[in-house]
Design a protein. Structure first.
Length: 413
């Protein structure tokens, strides 16, 4: 079972998103905790909003007080509604949100039935409930629940979803749609700490990204442009501005993603699995092809950057099970580009040209990284998108509702 925790600012958006599915018979309310019910036992939007109001009124400083949690069992897990209610209650109790008002919805609009929980992260006195360790706490709790209810482990679910996306196929057409699907999925699910690591992740799916800067009416701007790649890594067709894909694929979204990834990846444990597997695959002086094949068996992709002389000057690993991307240097000196060049070429010395190339790569990366560090400090409260962050479906729903209200007002004038 996989849990995702999204923090937001719109209670109406979170509730209305789920209620719309209820009205369309795509979801149902399983139960509410500390939520006012109608006389017939049902829940109205007004009573739901009123149930949360005292908590939100007591704290107007927290920017994102709304919690929108989804608990996703494996497709092969068959759970009754009674079991889903028990799981939701135990999860909230163990996460420290058991005394909060919350609503539990069962979503049935896709084959994989799952539950959504809407709550708040401020208590009745207005005190913010700490979420600094929610990522690891949630993971521990879901594993406990898997054992209690004999569910398929989350790791197995991730195994079945390794590399779930298909690389862009230019011949298939709808290139923009293919690129958009890949970009949104990777931006949402993976963690990376630089644009170089993000680009390496995109390259796996025949997509690349470039940062563009300019000036309009005296004001500077930064943006992203995406392009499809052929099998040889060459750009094909027209590039796409990030704005054509959506806000969640743009420059600001990337900055936030990098900052949140840095925060959630501070603990060295995030590298342990990849480091152990890469180290094991490096033994016995394998060929590059053998090395890549062994990593792939363990759900890890590797991208080597080479100069014109075929000298490796950069290496990036993507662990698809942990959904993380990082340059080899983050694992340690023993995983640097030069080490791999010597491993695959049997050369025990470094030539000056290769050292200059590697220095240039790290210089470029550090220049960009310096800018990201500043951005990271500015939005230090943001967590990993996989566990924390904006629910973009919910935001889109809220925006639709706002547009409808504007139209109605205009009609009445």
């Amino acid at each position: 079972m996989v849990a995702r925790i999204n923090a937001g600012s719109s209670l109406f958006g979170a509730l209305a998103y789920n209620q719309e599915k209820v009205e369309k018979d795509g979801a149902k309310v399983l139960f509410g905790n500390r939520i006012i019910q109608n006389t017939d036992g049902r829940y109205s939007m007004r009573n739901m909003m009123d149930s949360f109001k005292p908590y939100l009124d007591a704290n107007n400083k927290t920017e994102k007080p709304i919690l929108h949690i989804s608990l996703n069992p494996h497709l092969d897990d068959k759970l009754s509604e009674e079991q889903l209610c028990e799981i939701a209650k135990k999860y909230m109790d163990r996460m420290g949100y058991g005394d909060q008002p919350y609503l539990v919805y069962k979503h049935e609009d896709i084959d994989r039935h799952h539950i959504h929980i809407v709550s708040v992260n401020v208590d009745g006195t207005g005190k913010k409930i700490s979420n600094s360790n929610d990522f690891y706490k949630s993971k521990k709790i879901t594993r406990e629940l898997e054992k209690e209810y004999h569910l398929l482990p989350a790791e197995k679910q991730k195994d079945s979803q390794s590399l779930p996306l298909k690389p862009v196929d230019i011949k298939a057409g709808n290139v923009k749609q293919q690129v958009a699907g890949i970009v949104k999925s990777l931006m949402r699910d993976y963690r990376f700490q630089s644009i170089n690591e993000y680009r390496a992740l995109l390259n796996i799916y025949n997509v690349t990204v470039e940062e563009v800067k300019g000036e309009v009416r005296g004001k500077g701007y930064s943006g992203l442009v995406y392009s499809a790649l052929d099998k040889n890594g060459e750009k094909r067709g027209n590039p796409f501005k990030a704005s054509l894909i959506g806000r969640d694929a743009g420059y600001n979204a990337l900055q936030k993603k990098i900052a949140s990834s840095k925060k959630s990846m501070k603990e060295k444990a995030v590298y342990d699995r990849t480091k152990a597997i890469v180290s094991s695959c490096m033994k016995n002086n394998p060929s590059r092809k053998q090395f890549e094949k062994e990593l792939a068996k363990n759900g890890i992709s590797v991208l080597f950057r080479e100069n014109d002389d075929k000298r490796i000057y950069g290496v990036t690993f993507t662990d698809h099970r942990e959904k993380v991307v990082f340059n080899g240097s983050r694992l340690g000196k023993e995983f640097s580009a030069n080490v791999f060049h010597e491993l695959f070429n049997g050369n025990g010395r470094q030539d000056k040209h290769s050292i200059d190339n590697e220095k240039q790569f790290h210089t470029n990366n550090q220049d960009y990284q310096h800018g990201q560090d500043s951005a990271g400090e500015a939005i230090a409260g943001i967590f990993s998108m996989e566990q924390h962050g904006d629910n973009y479906e919910e935001i889109a729903f809220t925006n639709r509702m706002k547009r409808r209200k504007k139209k109605r007002r205009g009609y009445g004038l």
